[in-house]
Design a protein. Structure first.
Length: 512
């Protein structure tokens, strides 16, 4: 299978999986809000967000171990593959158990860490314990789920995530119906779906890397220390990422209370969907590692630029749709006036328009194992975002919008000022092209958003069908703009040929 086909296979399955998850969320979130109330519902994304740092550790482990196993696979060295895998598995399993126990032990302090609705104190404590268990399982999954990385099969990863989401939602529906709506059942459903997801991860690992097996006797301190050197800096980077992207909901809760944080959580759900789509499309890091293993930096540079163009121009369409349809979408979704949910969506989504094209570049320094300087930069941006959010929230009239604004400014500065420069330094060139791609992608998103707001102010769409029709028209406009205004002739020829081959049509497209 060609590299382009692999990218589209992974991206298509990931986006399809996210569409399923988003479609489920469109009905699941209003269902929870209607039965639990906005304040109690806000505890779900808030508590989950507080434990997100553990899931970032899972990603760091997966990236680090996957990188070394991928290089060993390129060298056809099965023994090295098993040494790296088992040298990471045992310490990760111990770390998972420690995190789970600590999370449960600090459960009585939940009320001091976050502001909890009075009627939900006991339920939030139980939800906290469930989130700790889920996070511990996630850390263990990071060491086991290296097959999808090494074999570049992110489509399978997406399938597992879809299965987890469906199981969780169905279980919540059943428990609410049988036992009544309570936050505890959300926690139970999350734990059950995570356990089943871990089983699917084990199965996929066995199918994708049959030559690699769990052998505690193959633990090697030498290989473990080698991976720790990479993993430690990735963990610093993830700490910065948490401060940069995952503290806003916590700050909204601490400064403005559970009701406001519930509204903020509703707005954040749409932004998290966009980020999830963007992450799902960023399936290039394994190929970056292959180029590095072959010593082909020119090939790595060309591939990174193409990855940036692909993600930036593709993401411009859904970002633009959210910017243009925020008001009618929120009104239809929540069955009430948007309040400040819709303006929050705009403030949170706008920075993504400028940052989507930069997201695929993170894998470049991971593949080259040059992660120390980016880790410092991300940590600095995260601390800056936290300080800026506190200052804006406490000393200005912006209120909760100051929290949202701080994260967007710091995120954009970190990407456009640092990431582009650092990739240019590592590869020798490319910064000008990458900036142009980012600006073009943002222009497409802003164009779609502007046209969307004009259309909605004129047509006043109400209901899913009306909003969907306007969205389809905007998406078609954005797709035409990207096709004719952003892609060059060779890219259009490649995509046409790929689409034709997927449809089973024999055709020849001359690349110019």
């Amino acid at each position: 299978m060609s590299r382009l086909s692999a990218v589209f296979r992974n991206s298509a399955w990931n986006v399809l999986g996210l569409v399923v998850s988003m479609s489920t969320g469109l009905f699941y979130t209003p269902y929870l809000v209607a039965r639990l109330g906005v304040a109690s519902y806000g505890m779900v994304p808030l508590i989950t967000g507080l434990f997100v740092w553990v899931s970032w550790i899972s990603l760091a482990v997966s990236w680090s171990v996957g990188r070394y196993i991928t290089i060993a696979r390129e060298k056809r060295d099965v023994e090295q593959e098993n040494l790296y895998f088992n040298s990471a598995l045992l310490p990760t399993a111990l770390l998972s158990a420690v995190f789970g126990v600590i999370g449960i032990l600090i459960m009585p302090l939940a009320g001091r860490i976050v502001r909890i609705p009075v009627e939900a104190e006991g339920s939030v404590a139980f939800l906290w314990a469930c989130s700790a268990i889920v996070s511990a399982l996630g850390v263990l999954s990071g060491a086991l789920d290296v097959g999808t990385y090494c074999r570049n099969r992110f489509d399978i990863k997406a399938m597992i995530q879809v299965a987890r989401t469906i199981i969780m939602v169905l279980l919540v529906f059943v428990l609410f119906k049988v036992r009544g709506p309570r936050l505890e059942w959300v926690g139970v459903a999350t734990v059950v779906s995570s356990i089943l997801g871990l089983g699917l991860v084990l199965l996929s690992q066995k199918l994708l890397l049959p030559e690699v097996s769990i052998r505690p006797s193959m633990f090697s301190r030498v290989h473990f220390r080698e991976m720790v050197g990479t993993n430690a800096w990735i963990l610093v980077d993830q700490l910065g990422t948490i401060l940069l992207l995952n503290m806003d909901l916590f700050l909204a809760n601490r400064f403005f209370g559970p009701q406001v944080s519930g509204e903020y959580g509703l707005a954040s759900q749409w932004i998290n969907m966009l980020k999830a789509i963007m992450t799902a499309m960023t399936v290039f890091t394994p190929m970056y590692v292959v180029y590095v293993a072959r010593g082909d930096l020119d090939g790595l540079t060309a591939y990174a630029v193409k990855a940036s163009r692909f993600v930036g121009y593709t993401m411009a369409i859904p970002i633009g749709l959210l910017l243009g349809l925020a008001d009618p979408l929120t009104r239809t979704w929540l069955h009430r006036e948007p309040g400040f949910v819709s303006p929050l969506i705009l403030v949170l989504a706008l920075p993504l328009a400028f940052n989507a094209a930069i997201n695929p570049l993170y894998g470049v320094w991971q593949a080259l194992n040059k992660v120390r300087i980016p880790s410092y930069a991300t940590l600095a941006a995260g601390v800056g975002s936290l300080v800026m959010a506190i200052v804006l929230a406490r000393t200005t009239s912006l209120g909760v919008f100051g929290v949202a604004l701080a994260g967007g400014v710091a995120f954009t500065a970190r990407n456009l000022l640092f990431a582009v420069w650092y990739v240019d330094r590592l590869l020798g060139h490319g910064s000008a092209r990458l900036i142009r791609v980012s600006v073009k992608a943002a222009g497409v998103a802003l164009m779609i958003g502007g046209v969307g707001r004009l259309l909605t102010s004129w047509l006043h769409p109400n209901g899913w069908i009306a909003v969907g029709l306007v969205g389809c028209a905007l998406a078609a406009l954005g797709a035409m703009w990207v096709w004719w205004g952003c892609l060059d002739r060779s890219e259009r020829a490649q995509l046409t040929a790929l689409a034709a081959s997927r449809l089973g049509i024999r055709t020849w497209v001359r690349a110019n």
